[in-house]
Design a protein around this ligand. Structure first.
Ligand code: PMP
Length: 396
């Protein structure tokens, strides 16, 4: 078949191949990016579905506005306000997961050959999505405090990108948290260089101790003119349910209007049934308890994984203990002649019935072959201990 040339630079993700192995019996998987299904507040969602059907069946089952179901936009506006961001209901649109918000940003902003700056490493699906629109992707390096802003500034000056895509809070895959000082610098760069910053924030609510610094979007309140340079993507996927496919985008009005137009041509609107359910859930007041539960569970698992990695792999591995999110991002040191290639290590690990994802595919350019991503979300503490023990054996 003679497919469109836009597909020439995009492949099915390398990670998908690995996922095929995960169905094997007895495998402990640290590979996925899923939240734990045991965390889903099934009872609360059931109540919300019932209420949506009792109170608003017409709206919940009918076609709806592309911008989103009004009661949900209002609830999301209140949810953002609880996190210190003033966004009116009509200052956001509801999207089919935050993945669609990213796609709409790609669709509205990228012409073939346009430059886009992302973190190295970053979310794989975003790399693929922006490539589909023909972006020339440039990676900005990170350290333990997130993207290195000095380098970012040089790259912005040199490449004049259409936008910069960042996951400032507990990034996928990096798990890193961009420091407050750097968030402020990023906003200064946005204003000074008139560059759009796309802040992807599906993990910001999953903190283990102190809350993270305010989102880049909320810092706009302190920086005149900044709001017109920030698009922010939110999601209920990691805190409530990814199957609902409810995400949202806050952006300058012009971008929001173009994104709405493009959304209209693809899925018309996000499922009104899912939106009405989400609206009822947010209205029910159950979210704070749900958040407290997921934070506590993931915090225990992250602590267990960090301790087990140190114990079982010692100086063969380096990592920063994540303060939230779902992931450890680690580097194999090769100390004392041990394995330093994450692909080789992944194969040995599968033989020991434990899986993780090698880090190379998360780099848009210059992959670091010694890196890997381990998710602590879906295995309980006992499984984490067992699985990391198997990693120790695989390392030898
Ligand atoms: N951004 C990042 C950084 C993610 O890790 C994910 C999900 N893995 C998404 C966006 C998309 O999430 P959703 O579409 O379910 O909101």
């Amino acid at each position: 078949m003679n497919f469109a040339s836009r597909l020439d630079n995009v492949e099915t993700s390398a990670i998908r191949e690995l996922f095929k192995l995960l169905g094997k019996p007895g495998i402990i998987s640290f590979a996925g990016g899923f939240p734990d299904a045991a965390m889903f507040d099934v009872e609360g969602i059931r109540e919300s579905v019932n209420k949506a059907l009792q109170q608003e069946a017409g709206g919940a089952l009918q076609y709806g506005a592309t911008e989103g179901y009004e009661p949900l936009r209002e609830q999301l506006s209140a949810f953002m306000a609880s996190k210190g961001v003033a966004v009116a209901a009509d200052g956001l649109i509801v999207t089919t997961g935050s993945q669609q918000a990213l796609d709409l940003i790609g669709k509205t902003m990228i012409s073939p050959g346009d430059k886009v700056i992302v973190e190295g490493p970053t979310f794989l699906a975003t790399i693929q999505c922006f490539r589909l629109y023909g972006a020339d992707i440039i990676s900005a390096p990170i350290d333990e405090n997130g993207v290195k802003v000095d380098v970012l500034e040089q790259l912005i000056v040199e490449h004049k990108p259409k936008f910069v895509y960042l996951i400032p809070t507990f990034g996928n895959p990096s798990g890193r948290m961009l420091s407050l000082e750097r968030r402020k610098r990023v906003l200064e760069l946005a204003v000074n260089h008139e560059t759009l910053i796309v802040e992807d924030d599906p993990y910001g609510d999953l903190y283990f101790g102190e809350p993270p610094p305010p989102s880049i979007l909320s810092l706009c309140a302190q920086q005149p003119g900044a709001r017109e340079w920030v698009a922010h993507c939110g999601s209920l996927s990691k805190v409530l349910s990814p199957g609902l496919r409810v995400g949202w985008m806050v952006a300058p009005p012009e971008l929001l209007a173009k994104a709405t137009m493009c959304k209209q041509f693809s899925d018309a609107h996000t499922s009104t049934f899912a939106q009405a359910t989400a609206a009822q859930y947010l209205k029910s007041g159950r979210m704070p308890a749900t958040l407290a539960k997921v934070r506590k569970t993931y915090a225990e698992r992250a602590a267990a994984m960090g301790a087990a990695l140190k114990r079982e792999l010692g100086d063969a591995i380096e990592f920063t203990q994540p303060q939230g999110g779902l992931f450890f991002w680690a580097r194999l040191t090769g100390a004392n002649g041990r394995i330093s290639d994450a692909n080789e290590f992944a194969k040995k690990a599968i033989e020991e019935k434990v899986a993780f994802v090698p880090g190379a595919p998360f780099f848009a350019t210059n992959p670091d072959l010694s890196t890997l991503r381990l998710s602590f979300a879906t295995a309980d503490v006992a499984k984490i201990e067992e699985g990391v023990g198997r990693l120790g054996k695989a390392m030898g």
